[in-house]
Write a protein that binds this ligand. Sequence first.
Ligand SMILES: [Zn+2]
Length: 343
Amino acid sequence: MKKLLPTSTSGSLPKPSWLAQPETLWSPWKPAGDDLADAKRDALRLCLDDQLRAGIDIVSDGEQTRQHFVTTFIEHLNGVDFEKRETVRIRNRYDASVPSVVGEVSRTKPVFVDDAKFLRQLTTQPIKWALPGPMTMIDTLHDGHYKSREKLAWEFAKILNQEAKELEAAGVDIIQFDEPAFNVFFDEVNDWGIAALERAIEGLQCETAVHICYGYGIKANTDWKKTLGSEWRQYEEIFPRLQRSNIDIVSLECQNSRVPMELIELIRGKKVMVGAIDVATNTVETPEQVAETLRKALQFVDADKLYPCTNCGMTPLSRQVARGKLDALSAGADIVRRELLGQ
Ligand SMILES: [Zn+2]
């Protein structure tokens, strides 16, 4: 990106109410059959339109064709039985009924590549595409086959690499891996989590990002955040290893979070997507609040490496609130951009 402070969102955006029940995770689709395929693409176009009207620089599909950022990808793979469900604890935080790995996992066909081609033909703006990271994938499953988190993560990394290479060929500019699990399992992240991520990006020429957050603004996450104390230093555990990794961009939660901003110094040299929009509140930030967060981050990120972003995905919010937040992000970034350029 040549533009200073290019804006983007970290992933999902709300779906229209005719596609799926709003403000709900894992919301079931309303249309069926061919109507559903059409409806998903219509939603993708509208979602792109919202981003472009708000002046977002690096656009995405807003995950309009996925029910969930992890599950939808896994549904397309072999070796996972969605009928055989087991209850597991996700990110050490809440119990959920999840599918089981029952055999060798593999990808027999592309998952999001057609959607990416569709988005590519709609816009000349840079495109970012989010995929679940290997560690977050294994944390959303019951493993009855490999019996090893590391081994299963490695298999998923190889599958993600196949998908990523085809997304790159489809014209995606930045491929992002969502790894909220990186904020929980520090020893595993350092032992093999980041290595698995590097396996997933092997051979890619486009830019790569990892998104590490404190999750959607759902109750299980907001309750967990209350237990984390006055300073959130989780990033400190993994940043030194991440700084030495091949990942180009690190996407972080910074707005209304208790993460000490100086921790970003530990990944100096990386591009940083600074979350300047809180996704856990319906209150729309003022442009000045966004600008203030970006100014704080600028103490620890070189201006040409700072990418203003949202804390996390916005799928649990209303479309109206999400649009307001996109506008605020754009306007806030513009304030700081002008300051930097002396305008
Ligand atoms: Zn997130």
